[in-house]
Design a protein around this ligand. Structure first.
Ligand SMILES: [Zn+2]
Ligand SMILES: [Zn+2]
Length: 340
């Protein structure tokens, strides 16, 4: 299938480099695309990733999250067991990278999670021409078309104008989404202090330490009703929790690509669904597949069958990977939100 990759029980494996990519179980050598919990797990022997992904893993799992860690700059080439390995921005969250494997003129790219929409908090997706492209398919159905982020942020700001006495509570995952919501609010001209649930503090501080300008952000700490009229970010699970009641009668919003689905918004207790995703939507998945020029497409976590079918209609060889251990990516952070 691919000259460079096979599918092992632990995940994608490059036998010539002796390395797994985003393995779901501890392995000897792992290349990690980004810090979300379903891709970046603790306990590997050696890990290769961007400096920022390694930092994020250390924040989440502690300094001893692996035996030895090696960082690579985006675009830097390394030789591992005769395979040339390089990392390239994926536009998903801070530090996220696609993995390019090259040998004998053959090129395979593993995208990890990616998006094409602009994001003030991470480097833009870099298109890489290749023979085999391993794409995610979190939103791999034509119903998923993400509106511009500014449009969704305007919904939040309009509600904030309309109900100036109420706190606006926005559910957002701890890594990536929370910081992007803040960045997009700043881009829209919102200058007031933005308040954070404790579970979002460490990673937000890390983004700031990396030069991402988020303006004034403060922990909620013990405050409650005195934050009426403010915008407050929290992990999605907190929206319907007792914690939310300290703000009186807040307007509850949730920022996720899944907010396209009304039932999901209801299930989350979000009155104001904001369709804001760090994954490519259907159009961007299809466009990216075409632009890579790849003849072989491997499709992983998400709606694999629909995208495989689309690839075949468009003259590409495609296979669903049916890997277990990855969830939809946007819910991945929920389980660990309490830890960070
Ligand atoms: Zn993912
Ligand atoms: Zn992810």
């Amino acid at each position: 299938m691919s000259d460079l990759l096979t599918l092992a029980p632990e995940g994608l494996f490059c036998s010539q480099a002796g390395a797994h990519i985003d393995p779901i179980r501890p392995v000897e050598k792992a290349i990690i695309t980004h810090g979300h919990a379903d891709h970046a797990r603790a306990g590997h022997g050696a890990v290769l990733a961007t400096r920022q992904t390694l930092d994020i893993m250390a924040i989440r799992y502690g300094e001893n999250f692996c035996g030895t860690a090696q960082s690579a700059e985006c675009g830097e080439t390394l030789t591992v067991g005769g395979v040339t390995v390089s990392l390239h921005p994926a536009g998903h969250v801070l530090g996220s990278a696609q993995v390019l494997l090259q040998k004998g003129g053959r090129r395979t790219v593993v995208s990890g999670d990616y998006k094409r929409q602009s994001d003030p908090t991470c480097a833009e997706f870099e298109l890489i021409r290749c023979d085999t492209f391993v794409t995610e398919a979190t939103f791999g159905l034509p119903v998923f078309r993400h509106p511009p982020a500014s449009q969704e942020i305007d919904k939040l700001l309009s509600s904030h104008d309309l109900f100036p006495e109420q706190a606006h509570l926005v559910g957002a995952y701890a890594l990536g989404k929370a910081q992007r919501v803040i960045g997009e609010l700043r881009a829209a001209g919102y200058e007031k202090t933005i308040y954070l649930h404790g579970a979002l503090e460490k990673l937000t501080a890390y983004y700031q330490s990396q030069g991402i300008d988020l303006g004034s952000v403060e922990p909620v700490a013990k405050r409650g009703k005195e934050l009426q009229g403010e915008i407050i970010l929290c992990p999605p699970g907190q929206l319907a929790d007792r914690w939310a009641r300290r703000f009186g009668d807040p307007v509850t919003a949730m920022a996720s690509g899944w907010m396209r689905v009304r039932a999901r918004a209801r299930q989350r207790g979000a009155e104001l669904p904001l369709i804001l995703s760090d994954h490519a939507d259907w159009d961007d998945l299809c466009r990216t597949i075409l632009e890579t020029g790849a003849e072989q497409i491997w499709v992983t976590h998400g709606a694999e069958e629909a995208l495989v079918h689309w690839c075949e209609l468009n003259g590409r060889k495609a296979r669903p990977l049916n890997m277990i251990g990855y969830d939809d990516g946007e819910d991945a952070d929920n389980a660990v939100a309490a830890e960070v």
